[in-house]
Write a protein that binds this ligand. Sequence first.
Ligand code: NAD
Ligand code: GLY
Length: 344
Amino acid sequence: MKTVTVNASKSYDIKIGPGLLGSLGTEAAKLGKAKKIAIVSETNVYPLYGAAAEKSLRDAGFEVSSFVFPTGEESKCAATYLELLNFLADNKLTRTDLIVALGGGVVGDLAGFAAATYLRGIRFIQIPTTLLAAVDSSVGGKTAIDLSAGKNLVGAFWQPSLVLCDTDTLNTLPYDIFIDGCAEVIKYGILYDEAFFTYLESIGPDFDREAVIARCVEMKRDVVMEDEFDTGARMKLNLGHTIGHGVEASSNFTLSHGKSVAIGMAIVSRASHCPENDRIIGILKKFGLPTATETDADTLLRYALSDKKRSGGTVNLIIPEKIGDCAIVPTPVEKIKSFIEEGL
Ligand code: NAD
Ligand code: GLY
């Protein structure tokens, strides 16, 4: 088991290893004060891990209730959020009680936003069950729901009190969803760590999950501690996302987030003439991720200009300078189309 500690507006541990779900009750008890715990999960994950989570919490003396919503991004919406708030109120959770988010990024974002806002904020524990949630969304305190106008348009920064990443839960993850998470894992290598990238390059998707998740989480921890509220260095985590978002949205979300980000990273790498472009394209291919799209530059431009990260007349593009080092480059809007064309 590996532990990574985050010291942001809240200090908390991220514990990573096999079999950790069974220790949920004792770990929650260490946080103190809570009597009631509401588990938030969804219809794919709850049947797999809900009973084990409930048993562990009850054995530790907690009063447990479970809120289970239909799986999928469509549930990360205002209607489910309000249902969840009413569930918490009906079960009379108080400010010292706890929420447990058991699932992937959808569960974590929704449960985290409810935790941030119910009674003006109660504590929550993240139990990520996808690779993406383990290496990215469960850490760093971004919580959100979607509006019909776009994804993640309402949210809050609200750090969890504990992240318990039981690597055994990844064994039931469909391989394709696992590979989607690998795009984010590769992203960390391109952004911050050449040796880590080289390890992934040599081993491919059969990597040591505990070690790789721990290293990704360390890198995310470092940037969150530097820029918790996303006004500077944290923007680098957006590598491949501004253009990837256009690829994803223009496919009507039929192409997954991970695959779209992979294409976004490939486009940015080619367009910026990164001297290590071949390695970036090569590793994405080794992981079975796509590196090209049929979507045209005008369409991608339209989405890039509606990106949340746009500020006035520029868009902050994250440009790989070499493996392990990327720059935030404010790029004038009128230069984005030719940049995209160069990378297609
Ligand atoms: P997800 O939560 O929808 O999970 C993907 C699929 O895997 C779902 O069908 C789910 O039911 C299934 N699943 C989850 N765990 C499983 C398991 N152990 N075994 C079998 N099936 C399992 O999607 P995701 O990719 O985990 O997360 C995407 C969400 O995360 C998006 O809403 C995105 O906006 C958000 N996100 C948030 C942050 C952040 O910093 N807060 C960062 C990145 C992404
Ligand atoms: N996933 C991007 C961030 O946490 O900032």
